[in-house]
Design a protein around this ligand. Structure first.
Ligand SMILES: *Cc1c(COP(=O)(O)O)cnc(C)c1O
Length: 362
């Protein structure tokens, strides 16, 4: 049988190994100069025009971002249900309540109309997810936020380098979080990068990350140990020099898939949006699970379902809301391999297999 095509593949090279070795030899392992350099380089690289604060995971980044933006028990934050559970988890961890809104069918991202309908007197913010690397409808969401005096918080976990109308994601909200988990578009091993819209949010992020201390043993607030280590930052700094090339390769792989797939719905890109294809997600209207199983068993091709159970139906959240676009996406979504290590032959195999299965299923 042909080689297995994995659904994702972290790329770690000699340069990352050398960087880790350099830090290990320095003897300074915890948060230090590598983290500071990574924060600066990250902000510059993506043209964010604001401060970045590195933390030990994307989820911690969302949690500390929400706390720094003033979200507290009794508040409500509107989130999509069609996302990874970390989005709603981070809201719940502050003591606030995640309130679920529906998505736009084409972008899979939060729908401003559904968001507006979910607003109550307790709502303090809206947290869109730039799902799969496609920016959410920030103009529509900003209009709703402005009308109701709400903050916007960006879950940009999957969207390093994505932009809308020339503005990079991560520069829209009170804060934004990029995940650096190994399967994301770039990694530090584990980690998260948080952008801050104001010096005060930046200050609070740095405090919460480090036990509430800016100066040692002069604790100002109750904080966490959510620091990034210099070892992880060193990996991230190297990845930063490679991510643009990988993104171009993802975009070129996606263009090939969109040009050649038949019998399934390929992912559109909104006007003015740059999609960085963390996932390339098609819709299979009929028997998505069967197609995924056949891809794996008959063609040795991996795929993913992100996400098969909407968050509002997960055990911790159990919300009676009716989200038809979310339910349909959860049933139809299938993410095909799009990562930068695919060969031309891999892409041809994926297209041939999906088209044959879609034809047979029709
Ligand atoms: C990965 C991810 C997170 C969490 O990031 P971690 O670094 O794994 O903690 C949050 N939201 C979304 C949409 C993600 O994909």
């Amino acid at each position: 049988m042909t080689d297995f095509i994995p659904p994702a593949k972290p790329l770690i090279g000699e340069e990352e190994r050398a960087a880790v070795d350099r830090v290990m030899r320095s003897g300074m392992l915890a948060q230090g100069p590598e983290v500071a350099a990574f924060e600066q380089e990250y902000a510059e690289h993506f043209g964010l025009g604001r401060a970045c604060v590195a933390v030990n995971s994307g989820t911690s980044g969302l949690h500390l971002g929400l706390l720094s933006a003033g979200v507290k028990a009794g508040d409500e934050v509107i989130v999509p249900s069609f996302t990874f559970a970390a989005t709603a988890n981070s809201v719940a961890l502050t003591g606030a309540t995640p309130v679920f809104a529906d998505i736009q069918a084409d972008s899979f991202c939060l729908d401003p109309v559904s968001v507006e309908n979910a607003i109550t007197e307790r709502t303090v913010g809206i947290m869109p997810v730039h799902l799969y690397g496609h920016p959410a409808d920030m103009a529509g969401l900003q209009a709703v936020a402005d009308k109701h005096s709400l903050q916007i918080f960006e879950d940009a976990a999957q969207a390093h380098g994505a932009s809308l109308g020339g503005t990079p994601v991560g520069a829209f909200g009170s804060f934004a979080m990029f995940s650096l988990y190994p399967t994301k578009n770039m990694t530090s091993g584990e980690g998260g990068m948080v952008t801050a819209a104001t010096p005060e949010i930046e200050r609070l992020l740095r405090l919460y990350r480090n036990q509430g201390m800016q100066r040692q043993y002069e604790n100002e607030v109750v904080g966490f140990n959510n620091r990034m280590t210099d070892i992880h930052a060193a990996i991230g700094r190297v990845q930063l020099t490679k991510v643009d090339g990988w993104t171009k390769q993802r975009q070129s792989n996606a263009a090939y898939l969109t040009a050649h797939l038949e019998g399934v719905t390929t992912p559109p890109v909104a006007d003015g949006a740059i999609h960085v294809y963390h996932q390339y997600t098609i819709r299979v209207a009929d028997d998505r699970d069967g197609l995924a199983k056949a891809l794996r068993e008959e063609h040795n091709i991996g795929s993913g379902m992100f996400y098969p159970i909407p968050n509002h139906r997960l055990a911790p959240f159990q919300s009676p809301v009716d989200l038809p676009a979310t339910e349909q996406a959860a049933q139809e979504c299938l993410s095909l391999p799009v990562h930068p290590s695919l060969s031309d032959a891999d892409l041809e195999r994926i297209v041939t297999a999906v088209n044959a299965l879609a034809r047979a299923g029709a």
